[in-house]
Design a protein around this ligand. Structure first.
Ligand code: MN
Length: 398
C-alpha cells in the first residue's frame, strides 16, 4: 500500500511500508471521507492534516453599533466600556479564545501627535503587555489601524484623503499597528496579523476623495501598500466589502480583491505581503456564496487561515469585474449575524466552505467572529456563533 501524506505546505510525501495505526495519533491525522472512497480501490490513501482551530472574540463586538470602533469610534456609552474589563471578561468567560484591537479606540496610540484621539476606554500598550504577562488577557490575533471613526474630514478618505495631514496619519497608524502586532507576536502574545478595511477610501457621490477616477484610486492604493509593505515584514489582510460607508468600494468583489492583492504582491516582487481577510458576510452582501469566495481565495494562494466569520442574507449583486461598476442588483445590508444564521441554504454554504478551509493545507484556522450583537448580550451572541461553527467543523472533519 502507498500512503500519500499531504503536508500543510502541500508538499506530497510518498511513504511506503508506513504503519498508519502508529503514526496516525502521532501526526494528529484524520481521514477525509470522500478522499478515501475515491482512492480506496487503487490502494492509495490520502491523508490530510486537520489544521488547529482558534476562535477570536474581537473586543469591538462587545459594544453596540453606534459606539462600534469601526464606525463611530466614540467612547462606549453602553455595555462594557473599558477595554481592560472587556479583555478580562473574554479571558475569564472564554478560555483559549483570542481577540483583536483597533488603535485609538481600543489600544491607545503611543504616537504623541495622535494621542489626543485615544478613547478614554482604550488600554495602553504598557498595560496590555502587563495583563498578558500575568496571563489575564487573551492572545491578540490582530492590531488594526482604525477606519478612523469620528475624525473630522475622514469621510473624504484616509489613504486617498485630499488632506496631507490625514494621509500622514493613515500611514503612521498603519505602521504603528504593524509594529505593535509584531511586538506582541515576538513576545509570544499573539499572531502578528494586520487587517486593512478601506472604509472611506471608496467612491462616494457626496464625499469625493483625491482619486479622480476608479483607475486612479486603484493605482494610488496599490502604490501606498506596495511602498508600505516593501519591508516584507508581516502580512496585511485586505478586508474587502462591496459598499458602506462609501457608495461603492473600488475593491468591491472577491475577484477584484484577489486582483488587488496580486497587483500589490507583484509590485513588491511576488512574495505575498497582502492577502485576504475573507469576511463571510461581505461575500454574501456582495452576492457571492461563502463557498465560492473561499474557493477563489484558496486557489489564488491568498488564504492564510485567518478570516472574519459571521453571516448575512445573500444579496443579488453582480459587478463588472474589470471596472467594478454594478451590472445587476444592489449590495445587501451588513448585519453581521452569528455564523450559520439565516436559513438552511446559508448553513449548507458555510459548512461546505469550512470543509474547504479544513482541507486547504493551512496549519491553523483563526475564525474571528466579527459580529454586531445589536442589543443582544454580546457573549451569548459570540457563543451562538462559535457553537454553530464548531458544529460545522465537526461535521466536515468526519
Ligand atoms: Mn470584519
Amino acid at each position: 500500500m502507498i500512503l500519500v501524506l499531504l503536508s500543510y505546505k502541500q508538499d506530497i510525501i510518498v511513504l511506503e511500508g508506513f504503519r498508519p495505526e502508529r503514526r496516525r495519533s502521532h501526526l494528529r491525522i484524520r481521514f477525509i471521507g470522500h478522499t478515501i472512497s475515491r482512492c480506496a480501490g487503487k490502494g492509495v490513501i490520502i491523508l490530510v492534516e486537520i489544521p488547529n482551530v482558534v476562535h477570536s472574540f474581537p473586543t469591538w463586538t462587545m459594544s453596540r453599533r453606534p459606539t462600534h470602533s469601526k464606525f463611530g469610534g466614540k467612547p462606549t456609552d453602553s455595555g462594557i466600556a473599558s477595554v481592560a474589563t472587556r479583555l478580562h471578561t473574554i479571558n475569564k468567560e472564554c478560555p483559549g479564545v483570542g481577540t483583536s484591537l483597533h488603535l485609538l479606540f481600543e489600544l491607545a496610540t503611543d504616537n504623541p501627535k495622535y494621542a489626543k484621539l485615544n478613547s478614554p476606554d482604550a488600554i495602553t500598550m504598557a498595560d496590555l503587555l502587563a495583563l498578558l504577562g500575568k496571563g489575564e488577557c487573551p492572545q491578540i490575533m490582530a492590531v488594526i489601524a482604525p477606519a478612523f471613526g469620528d475624525i473630522p474630514g475622514i469621510e473624504y478618505g484616509a489613504i486617498l484623503s485630499p488632506d496631507p495631514e490625514i494621509r500622514a496619519m493613515a500611514k503612521a497608524l498603519h505602521e504603528e499597528a504593524r509594529d505593535k502586532t509584531r511586538q506582541l507576536r515576538d513576545a509570544g502574545f499573539g499572531k502578528g496579523l494586520n487587517i486593512w478595511w478601506p472604509a472611506y477610501d471608496s467612491w462616494s457621490e457626496r464625499y469625493r476623495n483625491m482619486a479622480t477616477s476608479d483607475n486612479g484610486a486603484w493605482d494610488m492604493l496599490v502604490d501606498f501598500w506596495s511602498n508600505h509593505l516593501s519591508d516584507h515584514d508581516g502580512l496585511v489582510h485586505l478586508e474587502w466589502k462591496p459598499s458602506v460607508p462609501g457608495d461603492r468600494d473600488y475593491i468591491n468583489s472577491v475577484r477584484r480583491a484577489i486582483e488587488f492583492c496580486l497587483d500589490v504582491n507583484s509590485a513588491v516582487g511576488g512574495e505575498p505581503v497582502m492577502v485576504i481577510n475573507h469576511e463571510w458576510a461581505h461575500g454574501l452582501i456582495g452576492g457571492t456564496s461563502v463557498f465560492d469566495c473561499t474557493r477563489l481565495i484558496i486557489e489564488a494562494g491568498l488564504f492564510t487561515g485567518f478570516c472574519h466569520a459571521n453571516s448575512a442574507e445573500k444579496a443579488v449583486f453582480i459587478v463588472d469585474e474589470e471596472t467594478g461598476q454594478p451590472l445587476l442588483g444592489t449590495p445587501g445590508d451588513d448585519k453581521d449575524w452569528p455564523v450559520g444564521v439565516g436559513g438552511d441554504d446559508i448553513w449548507a454554504d458555510q459548512q461546505a466552505a469550512v470543509g474547504l478551509m479544513l482541507r486547504s493545507g493551512v496549519p491553523e484556522l483563526i475564525f474571528e467572529h466579527d459580529l454586531d450583537p445589536a442589543g443582544t448580550d454580546p457573549e451569548e451572541y459570540f457563543e451562538t456563533s462559535r457553537i454553530n461553527l464548531d458544529r460545522m467543523i465537526s461535521a466536515e472533519s468526519k
